[in-house]
Every structure is written in C-alpha cells, then in structure tokens.
Design a protein around this ligand. Structure first.
Ligand SMILES: Cc1cc2nc3c(=O)[nH]c(=O)nc-3n(C[C@H](O)[C@H](O)[C@H](O)COP(=O)(O)O)c2cc1C
Length: 190
C-alpha cells in the first residue's frame, strides 16, 4: 500500500498520536514517511511516545476540522501504545524525530523533523468521493489559516479571503469555511 504514495510528492495524511489527530504533509522516501511538525499537541505527544498511526483520508472536512481542533465524529481503536481511527486505511509505526531550528517569514521556531517507519498496515475503506476543486481550496485556506493563527498578518488574511471567494465561486458551502472567515475577521480587529 505504501506504493500508493509517489516518492517525493507531498500527501496530506492524518497523524494519530497519543492524544491527538492532526493533518500532516507527508513525503515517502523508500519505505519511510517523512513529515515536519511545528510546536503543538502532536509535537509534544511524539516527544513522549514514538508510537503513532498515519492514515489516509480523502475527506477535506476531516483534514480541515482536525487541523482546527473542531468537533469530529470518529471512532478510535487502540492496542498497547497505538491508537488509530477505525476503518481508515493507513499504517501503525514508530516515529524517530530530531529537533531542529526553523526560520521562515513567520519567524524562528523549533520543529520536529520526523521519520515514520511503518510496522503494520491498517485496513479500511475510503468513501467514493468525486474530485472537486472547492475541496482543494478549503484545504489551502486551512493551511494558511493555521499559519495566520500563529502570526496574524494582512497578507495572509488577504490570501485567505481571495481563496474564500474562489471557494464560494466553485460552489463550496462548508460551515468550516465560514468558521475560518469569522475567525479571520475577529483576528484582524484585535
Ligand atoms: C492540510 C493541512 C496540513 C498540515 N500539515 C501540517 C504539517 O505537516 N505539520 C504541522 O506542524 N502542521 C500542519 N498543519 C497545521 C496543523 O494542523 C495545525 O497547526 C495544528 O493546530 C497542529 O497543532 P496540534 O498538533 O496542536 O493539533 C496542517 C494543516 C492542514 C490544514
């Protein structure tokens, strides 16, 4: 199943750690999956326990809502130190992380550079979901919004607003997009 991920391409997958679920941008190199974590719950979890699951979804709402820590309707299973979402394909494995310093336009921060070694495949079903550009756009909005939460700025805000317009133009109606918009406006009034 690892071959489903083209080597070197970034895939938005779900990382299930000790106490958290979050989307991560994952790149496969050989039989290992690489990702980078900025400070947060998953970052802290992986420092405490290296057991994790990486799972595959094609549900944009799930990727976006888990990034924003909004309510989700998911069932979890666990075994020993492992935890995963029921009936969702992916892998259980161990994560080796090293702490690095990261610098970008947001500032300087610590990051975890992580390498996930799959130990066991998780079976599951992915619902049939036709491709929609609106789904791509809401993912992009959420990525930018999580950056905006760390460092609010007019440029990021303007990009999100532009994406929101395109999202609506493409027929997107998710209430999560409205949530992003509402919190964006509040952020800018601070
Ligand atoms: C599609 C998508 C992909 C993301 N990928 C990453 C990632 O690779 N690394 C990361 O640190 N945050 C990523 N984020 C942002 C996190 O989900 C967000 O900052 C979250 O709050 C992480 O914090 P937590 O570990 O406290 O839940 C992504 C967000 C989205 C919407």
């Amino acid at each position: 199943m690892l071959n489903l991920l083209r080597e070197g391409q970034v895939y938005e997958l779900l990382l299930v750690s000790k106490s958290n679920l979050t989307p991560v941008g994952v790149v496969r190199r050989g039989r290992r999956l690489h990702f980078r974590l900025f400070p947060g719950k998953s970052f802290r979890d992986l420092l405490e326990s290296s057991y994790a699951a990486i799972q595959i979804t094609n549900d944009p709402e799930l990727l976006v809502r888990s990034a924003l820590n909004l309510e989700l309707n998911l069932k979890f299973e666990s075994e020993g130190e492992y935890r995963w979402v029921s009936n969702m394909p992916g892998w259980l494995g161990e994560v080796q992380c090293s702490r690095k310093i990261w610098e970008d336009e947001i500032g300087t921060t610590e990051v975890l550079e992580c390498e996930f070694v799959p130990k066991r495949e998780l079976p599951g079903e992915i619902p049939l979901r036709p491709f929609s550009r609106a789904d791509c756009i809401i993912i992009e909005m959420a990525v930018l919004f999580t950056r905006y939460l760390v460092k609010p700025g007019d440029k990021t805000r303007a990009k999100i607003l532009e994406l929101y317009k395109l999202y609506r133009h493409l027929g997107g109606t998710s209430e999560t997009a409205e949530y992003i918009l509402a919190h964006l406006t509040k952020g800018s009034q601070k």
